[in-house]
Design a protein around this ligand. Sequence first.
Ligand code: KG4
Ligand code: ZN
Length: 343
Amino acid sequence: MEKSITILAIESSCDDTSASIIKDRKILSNIVANQEVHEQYGGVVPELASRAHMQNIVPVVESAVKAAGINLNDLDAVAYTKGPGLMGSLLVGSSFAQSLSYALNIPLIGVHHMQGHIMAHFIKDDKVKNSPEFPFICLTVSGGHTQLVLVKAVDDMEILGETIDDAAGEAYDKTARFLGLPYPGGPVIDKLAKLGNPKFMQFTKPRTEGLNFSFSGLKTNIIQKVNKEEKLNPDFKKEHLNDICASVQKTIVDILIGKIKDAIKQTGVSRVAIAGGVSANSALRAELEKRETGKNGWDVYIPSFEYCTDNAGMIAITAHFQYLKKDFISRTEGASARLKSRI
Ligand code: KG4
Ligand code: ZN
């Protein structure tokens, strides 16, 4: 029998401090500490994020180890998010991981955050439906990225298209800020949208070449249209908040689904997965589920909520596959805010 592999992974690229223990492909623990300090600012404040990571990292790792029921000496490797992300935040995770790998004298693994989001589909867990077969299309939508990726193998991914300006999550967050809603805006708009009329307002969908996305024009369009209505009725935002949210949500989901359709046409691949924070969105999930049926139905893979938004479980599963290939990193390499895609 092959020896099992146990890895501790740390994710600290943005505003959540997370640690996870994985044994082979099974997640034993996945602890996430959210940083509420940013809510009042309508976005992540980098300096506050890195300070909060410093406070959280030791207790979060301790909880992950305890919840997994393992001992530090059981670890075969330590992994961390190398990038992309906020430099100060990444450095907290990378320094911690470097020191631990040195103290325990075990290999260190640097993981690409976006690859991690996609790899969450390969966790073996009651909460994860079957992993997709290759090749599949993955729509990776987070606060910083929006990409359509053709995943040909664990280590062979091709970006088919990506955003040329704002990410889908950013469109949610910036719209929420304009509407006076707290950060992160995605979950709040998602919740209010369920109570509103998605046909209440029509927003202009951007025209972008091929499989690329653009969301900054949409944000401007939303602001202009709502401001115009407010001139006629100063309480417009307040009176129609749910309807505005539902209309914004419908527009964003229509754009995403439209591009997935184009990607399927272009590649002939109809296995579709979603990943990243926005994949927690209820309307996106429902639209995809609808397309599972019928003669030309898609094969849809939706991660459980725990593995959508930033978490160390997704870093741990990616590290597991890197470990198998002995894809280790030196203890002096550190982090990279604009880490080039490994995809
Ligand atoms: O992947 P993630 O946790 O962090 C990044 O790597 O950016 O994604 C965070 C983004 C935020 O923009 C947040 O508003 C969005 O995901 N998000 C959602 C939902 N939950 C989180 N967007 C729409 N609907 C949701 N339910
Ligand atoms: Zn992310």
